[in-house]
Design a protein around this ligand. Structure first.
Ligand code: NAI
Ligand code: MG
Length: 353
């Protein structure tokens, strides 16, 4: 296929995943039409509901089926009665690990027209990205338990930080800062965690020398959490290990005002494998089936996908339309204080595209 043609795997998943993915697809088609980009979709019904029906989230050869797509757009998985570790380890983690999606990217913006829970968060000023290491660190399988049930019972969980793994996430973060406002903040805890975190800090200083145009600093994770709340406008690119990045990015999504807006990308920067794009929110069983889910998280994730596929202008038009629909219209879904349906909100956004 020519670069203007892309094969997209759609995995709507469960609950509102099946409502927001069609909205994102409508926006993709509209922007594709304007820019001469063809999106060719293949849809997969992999989900917790499939797990209940057929005993697995996806078929045995699921990863092979995804392999030759250019990108994966996922809604959300999660269904009452299916434990969360089943949906995570049966679908999301295998995709992230097999396809070496070692960058987890979460942009945060406070948009005009959305109320942040923070008094000090001024729309337009808060605009940063959390770059989370997505493949090693604290989320390793090394460790074990001993003396189960005895007074001497114990558990050990090892963190794994490799030079290769840390270097590649840092290079991604510094490179991203070069394309943004040129400022990296590294999340650390080298005062308390005395082996892995000083190693992380050492590699940050090393990689910084390869990116002389970027200014950088480091903050202990506890102080950094406080600064996210007190001065969210000061950040540009925040780079963090798997656990620190996981926690920081949910905090940041809350700062932005609604979980329904937050997008994420799981990137394989080398492009040997498809990358995966998904809203941060889950399947929201409490509102599923009512047609009122906020589609912006999925639509913004689609914009990240369009950018990754090499169309920055088309991607910017989508984020521009998100900003416009929030700032210039009163049409919005109930989570943002409106009365519009997912469909009405999406149509209004497309009108402003
Ligand atoms: P959730 O994100 O699904 O919902 C939390 C709250 O936010 C709910 O009140 C929901 O109605 C609201 N909400 C979320 N997205 C919204 C949207 N787009 N528009 C309007 N309101 C929205 O998180 P929760 O309730 O903890 O989890 C529900 C299920 O989703 C669980 O099974 C969980 O495991 C799964 N989940 C899946 C994720 C994924 O697929 N990556 C991520 C997070 C949760
Ligand atoms: Mg999380």
């Amino acid at each position: 296929m020519t670069p203007q043609q892309h094969r997209i795997a759609l995995i709507p998943g469960d609950g509102i995943g099946t409502e927001v993915i069609p909205a994102a697809r409508q926006v993709l088609d509209a922007v594709g039409h304007r820019h001469g980009i063809g999106f060719h979709y293949e849809e997969f019904d992999w989900s917790c509901e499939r797990h209940l029906r057929e005993g697995a989230m996806m078929p045995d050869d699921g990863l092979d089926q995804l392999h030759d797509h250019d990108a994966i757009l996922l809604g959300a998985v999660g269904y009452p009665g299916v434990p969360d570790h089943v949906s995570l380890w049966g679908l999301l983690i295998p995709i992230r690990r097999k396809f070496r999606q070692y960058v987890n990217l979460r942009p945060i913006r406070v948009f005009e027209g959305v109320e942040s829970p923070l008094r000090g968060a001024v729309p337009g000023e808060v605009d940063f990205v959390v770059v989370r290491e997505n493949s090693e660190g604290e989320y390793s399988e090394l460790g074990g338990r001993m003396n189960r049930g005895l007074p001497a019972e114990m558990a050990v969980q090892e963190s794994v930080f490799t030079r290769a793994g840390v270097t590649r996430i840092l290079d991604y973060a510094f490179g991203l800062a070069e394309r943004r406002r040129g400022y990296v903040t590294s999340a650390t805890k080298s005062n308390g965690i005395i082996h892995t975190m000083p190693f992380w800090d050492q590699l940050v200083a090393e990689r910084a020398t390869a990116h002389p145009g970027v200014t950088w600093d480091q903050e202990h994770i506890d102080a950094l959490a406080a600064k996210f709340v007190l001065h969210p406008e000061r950040f540009d690119v925040v780079v963090a290990s798997n656990l620190f990045g996981d926690i920081l990015s949910d905090l940041a999504a809350a700062v932005a005002g609604s979980i329904g807006i937050a997008p994420s990308a799981n990137l394989n920067p080398e492009r040997e494998f498809p990358s995966m794009f998904e809203p941060v929110h889950g399947s929201a069983p409490d509102i599923a089936g009512q047609g009122i889910a906020n589609p912006l998280g999925a639509i913004w994730s689609a914009a990240l996908m369009v950018e990754h596929l090499g169309h920055p202008q088309a991607a910017a038009e989508i984020t521009g339309a998100i900003a416009a629909v929030l700032a210039k219209s009163r049409v919005r879904t109930p989570d943002l204080g409106g009365t519009a349906s997912t469909k009405e909100f999406t149509e209004k956004l497309i009108e402003l595209l």
